[in-house]
Ligand binder design. Structure first.
Ligand SMILES: [Zn+2]
Length: 208
């Protein structure tokens, strides 16, 4: 699951490609449509960011050659915490029959990521399903070996050169996030190259 359409590719996209190559088709839950990434932009692109970001995710999954069953919950971007119980209830139903729940890191220092992560844990506990968490925002604020992060339960997923290339292509599909929307205040890039670099490595990290 992802709080916004790009988190799953940033933090777990290589793994989605590896799963596809293994013939596994997971359910991908998009909690919000990510419509709140540029609240002050007056760019025409900002008029329907939800549709744009859903489309970007579609292209990114295609470049990954990830095969997923997509479910969009359309909760409000920047407002997931207000709907946490509803999200928990819906995830509990979705987790029926599942073997694993992969969710945003519940201490990522992003309110939506944390609310989605907490809801995943609550739903998974009710369903008896293990949870893996993937950090996204933590890569931006944490220092190397930061004691705030739970390294004792970290695992590294190694990406083959082919999968890394596919992930690189997929990341380029999120143009509303990796490029400025325009040239006016409010159009600023969300993921500049120095932050994108965390997600271009030949491994991904999850907390088990
Ligand atoms: Zn996000």
């Amino acid at each position: 699951m992802a709080a916004h359409p790009d988190d799953e590719v940033l933090g777990f996209g290589g793994a989605l490609a590896l799963l596809a190559d293994a013939g596994i088709r997971p359910v991908l839950v998009s909690v919000t449509d990510g419509e709140g990434s540029h609240p002050d932009s007056r760019s025409p692109l900002a008029r329907d960011l939800a549709a744009l970001r859903r489309q970007e995710l579609h292209h990114a999954l295609s470049r990954l050659r990830a095969r997923v069953h997509r479910i969009a919950l359309h909760l409000p971007d920047s407002g997931v915490a207000r709907h946490e119980q509803d999200l928990t209830d819906r995830l509990t139903r979705l987790l029926e029959g599942c073997h694993l729940c992969v969710a945003p890191y519940s201490r990522d220092l992003h309110p939506d990521h944390e609310a989605a992560g907490r809801a995943a844990f609550a739903a998974a506990a009710a369903s008896g399903v293990p949870v893996w968490e993937y950090p996204v925002w933590a890569w931006h604020w944490a220092r190397p070996a930061d004691p705030a992060l739970p390294w004792h339960r970290a695992a590294r997923i190694l990406l083959t050169p082919d999968v890394r290339n596919r992930k690189q292509a997929a990341l380029g599909c999120f143009r509303s996030q990796v490029e400025p929307l325009g040239d006016r205040p409010g159009d600023e890039v969300i993921l500049p190259p120095e932050e994108l670099a965390h997600f271009q490595r030949d491994f991904e990290v999850i907390w088990q």
